[in-house]
Design a protein around this ligand. Sequence first.
Ligand code: PEP
Ligand code: MN
Length: 359
Amino acid sequence: MKLDLQNNLKKYKRPFLIAGPCSVESEEQVMGVAKSIAAESQPALLRGGIWKPRTRPDSFEGVGAIGLPWLVNAGKEVGIPVTTEVANAKHVEAALSAGVDVLWIGARTTVNPFAVQEIADAIRGTEITVMVKNPINPDLMLWVGAFERFQKAGIDDLVAIHRGFSVYKHPKYRNVPNWEIPIALMEEIPEIPLICDPSHISGQRDGLLHVAQKAMDLNFAGLMIETHNNPDKAWSDAQQQITPEQLKVLMDQLILRKASIQNGGVSFIELQRKKIAEIDDQLFELFKERMQAAKEVGVYKREKGITILQSEHWRKIVDKRLSQADEMELSIDFLRSVLDAIHQESIRHQTKVMNPEVK
Ligand code: PEP
Ligand code: MN
């Protein structure tokens, strides 16, 4: 099925909502949750994982092809198209012949160009919509590359799903959002609608609203949220799933802001933007001056035979600046990244002065 989300966002109403269980567990489970979700929230798509790419082999790996008719029938019963994850050509064939309406590519598949190509080849010639989750590692081009493989196979109805990026033991997120990557995707391929999956970013119920709201404020087109009638007993991703009632509450709590600036606001926003642009001009002018000064120090170091990196001096600069974080109302992380970027650029300039022959 072609969702044509690019042209039909109005028909679907923002946020375009995809809800349903992490995994299809039984015929009754998926029918039950489909009915409750439909009654509460009327999502645009009903999701259900049939083949589950689990990290550890002893985890539940999905019911497999036997569950496809359960999912398709549940969707038919409530009049909502259904979507499932496919990871190889066999999955594609089984899903399409069972009547699954939309396919999605999981994060563990997007990382593998061989797998993406195999799926693209299996879908070639159909009109189906394909949703592509970001790769588990923060690599924008791998994500872009997957879209290109589908486009080359003649699939033009593509949707992006941002589900965060894997890190080792993060205190807050199961997968860190790195919002700059989906924002960069919007710049790179603006015609592809972007949907956020707060369930896999947050990894726990408590964090869903915050992530979903952030996605709405960044003007994402929609949300994919894992929903289960008995989340604590879910066979996969139990901690992050919510009930259809909780989903309704969450959707009602979202504040949807306008993407364009309305009349009255223009003058204020324009004024502020001008002010910000002027501050940025000054900032970058100062960066230029700072690098000029660093170069002069580089000339001196070259003449006296002193190394570029002066660790003790650098440590003092960092300590001093970081100790001002609170007072300046700037985060330590922000200050640290700015300092590191400035330091790297200074080193680059001094390296050029020191070794003009090295490119
Ligand atoms: C899922 O949606 O249940 C899933 C496995 O997602 P991801 O590919 O984002 O891990
Ligand atoms: Mn899941």
